[in-house]
Unconditional design. Structure first.
Length: 206
């Protein structure tokens, strides 16, 4: 039992054990939504993607994570990731058409949930009227990256503690593209969907 002394994580433990070859999470110092909620007022994103990420992560002081983030930023536009795939972009944009775009929590969660086809086939049945119901979800046979997206989405939506900053800093646990997508989701949680428009190199007026 990985979390036998922590009843708050018992649900996570059950899900982890139900997925073949899923590696236990490492210890972490900061959870995702905790930092996003430090600045709750609505404000537009800055002029550049690099500055947006710097502001989004400004409360994080975990050196391995910041080193990985800075390396990603230095790579510049050549390796910048907006969506995990073209299908991800299509499904996300279609899904949020009738959603409340000012609800940054649901926007960030949906950005992650729509990034994996099998995950979204499950979660779309639990998404209705600007609400995501994470309770009683049976994820089934999804891959490890899909499960990581699910945990990160739940953290940004509910403020749970499934993914830590030390997890994100681990290159073996989180691939480069997954790292970029989760960082984008954190920026969406901070600035709204204009954040992803900035990644694409355009910010549309509301």
């Amino acid at each position: 039992m990985y979390f036998s002394d922590n009843t708050n994580l018992s649900e996570l433990e059950k899900m982890m054990q139900s997925i073949p070859n899923f590696r236990p999470r490492r210890n972490g110092s900061i959870v995702l939504r905790r930092e996003m909620d430090r600045c709750i007022q609505e404000q537009p994103p800055p002029d550049s993607y690099e500055e947006m990420l710097a502001i989004t992560m400004s409360a994080i002081h975990y050196e391995p994570f910041m080193e990985r983030l800075n390396n990603y930023i230095r790579e510049g536009e050549k390796k910048r990731v907006d969506y995990r795939s073209k299908k991800h972009k299509e499904v996300f944009e279609e899904t949020i058409v009738k959603m409340n775009h000012k609800n940054y929590a649901i926007m960030s969660a949906l950005y992650l949930l729509t990034a994996d086809y099998k995950l979204w086939q499950v979660m779309r049945h639990h998404t209705k009227k600007n609400k995501i119901d994470f309770e009683d979800v049976k994820l089934g046979n999804i891959q490890e990256e899909g499960y990581t997206l699910y945990c990160a989405a739940k953290d940004l939506y509910h403020g749970t503690k499934h993914i830590s900053i030390s997890d994100l800093a681990d290159k073996e646990l989180i691939s480069p593209k997954m790292f970029a997508v989760i960082c984008n989701a954190m920026a969406i949680r901070r600035f709204g969907i204009k954040a992803i428009q900035l990644v694409e190199g355009k910010v549309e007026e509301c």
